[in-house]
Design a protein around this ligand. Structure first.
Ligand code: OFO
Length: 169
């Protein structure tokens, strides 16, 4: 059993995860358009990850006998800069998501909602990984700078990224 306030907050998080998916899909489309197929693959895998995050929240709200409420998803930017700028924007977005998850944990703690506290542990760990991935990409992209060969090599490497669905609890 979770409170109405918690249900509303979790539904808000579903919307944020759906926006994340939409944002990374948009970035993937941009990368395909400019010929960076490896980067496009990286962002499309990220899109799949975000959809799985939204679904995890969706299943949890349902499991608590509460109503999932879906709201409009904000339009993503549609225009992006260099790969480095895209990853800087990605990191910024993930930091915003991390704060949002922490806000949910604060609410679960306030409400002594032990089930949601446990449920959210997975998201806390996931956000550490999300930010670490972005920081690693930013470091690599800074290292190669505007060297076309370096960018080409990173693009090749990113072609190998695969989506692994999160394990069901
Ligand atoms: Fe769902 O972790 Fe990114 O946004």
């Amino acid at each position: 059993m979770i409170s109405k306030k918690m249900t509303e907050a979790l539904n808000g998080q579903i919307n944020k995860e759906m926006y994340s998916a939409y944002l990374y899909m948009d970035m993937s489309a941009h990368c395909t358009y400019v010929g960076l197929s490896g980067f496009a693959n990286w962002f499309m895998v990220q899109y799949q990850e975000e959809m799985s995050h939204a679904m995890k929240l969706y299943d949890y709200v349902n499991s608590q006998g509460e109503k999932v409420v879906l709201n409009a998803i904000e339009k993503p930017p549609g225009k992006f800069g260099t790969p480095l700028e895209m990853f800087e924007a990605t990191l910024k977005h993930e930091q915003f998501i991390t704060e949002s998850i922490h806000g949910l944990v604060d609410l679960a703690n306030e409400e002594k909602d032990y089930a949601t506290q446990i449920f959210l542990q997975w998201f806390i760990t996931e956000q550490i990984e999300e930010e670490a991935n972005d920081n690693e990409m930013i470091a690599k992209l800074k290292l190669v700078g505007i060297d076309g060969n370096g960018l080409f090599m990173i693009d090749k490497e990113l072609e190998t990224r695969l989506f692994t669905p999160p394990a069901k609890e």
